[in-house]
Design a protein around this ligand. Sequence first.
Ligand SMILES: C[S@@+](CC[C@H](N)C(=O)[O-])C[C@H]1O[C@@H](n2cnc3c(N)ncnc32)[C@H](O)[C@@H]1O
Length: 216
Amino acid sequence: MSHTSTQVGAEHFQYLAQRTAGDDAFLVQLKAAAIQAGIPAIQVAPEQISLLAILLRLISAEQVVEVGTLAGYSAIGMARALPADARLLTIEYSPKHAEFAATWVAKSDVAQVVEVVQGSGQNILPTLPDDSIDAVFLDADKAGYPAYLREAMRFVRPGGLIMADNAFAFGQLFDEKPTDPEVGAVRAFNDFIPTIEGLKAVIVPIGDGLWVGVKE
Ligand SMILES: C[S@@+](CC[C@H](N)C(=O)[O-])C[C@H]1O[C@@H](n2cnc3c(N)ncnc32)[C@H](O)[C@@H]1O
């Protein structure tokens, strides 16, 4: 059996995106309204939502935490994969983003599931009880990821998921002179994850690279 991998390029990304469910009318409206409100279009790709939703279903997730709400796109996408009595807590530092997201969550089909909390991951994650969460999705300040991961290893239950976006550093992972100030933090986090005992993780090359890990 060959161990040669296919080199995934832009064509593959386009190909798989075209074969994955896209946004429904509500999410299309949410994105347009976010741009109108001056919120940057830096949400995850629709195919990442598909993968997150499948993974949450596979582990029968009921308690989910997200760090980095932005406009609420990924929170709503993930919440749709959860049962009606589940809870998805999404943490957003920017008051403007949190208010926008809360407004759109309230209008969505998962208003009873999603709770938008304005605050920082640094302050809120330590308040979560041990082994109480089925899955966490990190999609916020990259310098904060190592501390978020350490916390996640405490509050995620055994068999739960720890996922983090932007492993490919906004497309600048291998740039000699990256322009994005967070590239260094992403590289450091990518090197840090494999050192964590009790976490089996892999980068899934969709969107901007999605770390998917299971806590043993
Ligand atoms: C890439 S966006 C999140 C996108 C969102 N997950 C989605 O796909 O729809 C990152 C968000 O993290 C927020 N953020 C930055 N630092 C944060 C922190 N320390 N705690 C919580 N949120 C933070 C930013 O304000 C921004 O809205």
